[in-house]
Write a protein that binds this ligand. Structure first.
Ligand code: C5P
Length: 219
């Protein structure tokens, strides 16, 4: 069984996807983390986010891998743990520019599809239901208002001891959604057969319960 969870930035996809994967004993695959890891590597190598050729070459050269542990998932570039670094502001604000390139996406989508072939998966991203796994048994499209998404991120930042500016977060989320929705290759869009869930006024547990029940009914 393959479960695809797509939606705009900070809609709660990864939190919910992790919970579902744990409950079902499936493997969780965070495709955004792959684009983030490549973006981090590009920034560290001074590769321009518009340089599709060099970005694609970099994607060929580095090994992006995941390790699942009890608290979630660790992300590695070669042997380096970059789990935290890929969430840096710099990476967040550049990742959509890296992810818009066709050749970059081809490379990462190949990796995503081969991971999905290994067994039962919950995969989250932007184009999983429309492009990466168009035949997924269950497709969910999570949305929430920009205000709510920014507020959740804001609280998370403060809880983790990071500085945070709510208005700036709103602006960054809007911009990333716009870039992801308007790009030519595999843009962020709801698949026709995806079930849309608006999480604005719902708890994460309620959303996870809903998806879990949907998954049980499609097994
Ligand atoms: O999910 P997350 O917010 O970590 O994703 C970071 C970025 O990676 C997105 O804003 C988008 O530009 C890109 N992405 C994508 N396709 C995916 C997953 C993420 O283009 N399947």
């Amino acid at each position: 069984m393959r479960i695809a969870i797509d939606g705009p930035a900070a809609a709660g996809k990864s939190t919910v996807a992790k919970m579902i994967a744990k409950r079902l004993g499936y493997v969780y695959i965070d495709t955004g983390a792959m684009y983030r890891a490549l973006t981090l590597a590009a920034l560290e190598s001074n590769i321009d986010v518009d340089d599709e050729h060099s970005l694609t070459q970099l994607a060929e050269e580095i090994a992006i891998t995941f390790k699942n542990d009890k608290d979630g998932q660790e992300v590695y570039i070669n042997e380096h743990d970059v789990t935290k670094k890929i969430r840096d502001k710099d990476v967040t604000n550049n990742v959509s520019m890296v992810a818009k390139h066709q050749l970059v996406r081809e490379k990462l989508v190949d990796m995503q599809r081969s991971l999905a072939r290994e067994g039962n998966v919950v995969m989250d991203g932007r184009d999983i239901g429309t492009f990466v796994l168009p035949n997924a048994e269950l497709k969910v499209f999570l949305i929430a208002s920009v205000e709510e998404r920014a507020l959740r991120r804001h609280k998370e930042n403060l809880e983790n001891g990071f500085e945070s500016d709510l208005e700036q977060l709103k602006e960054e989320i809007r911009k990333r959604d716009q870039l992801d929705s308007e790009r030519e290759v595999a843009p962020l869009v709801k698949a026709d057969d995806a079930i849309e869930i608006d999480t604005t006024n719902k708890s994460i547990d309620d959303v996870a319960d809903t998806i879990y029940s949907l998954a049980q009914s499609r097994k």
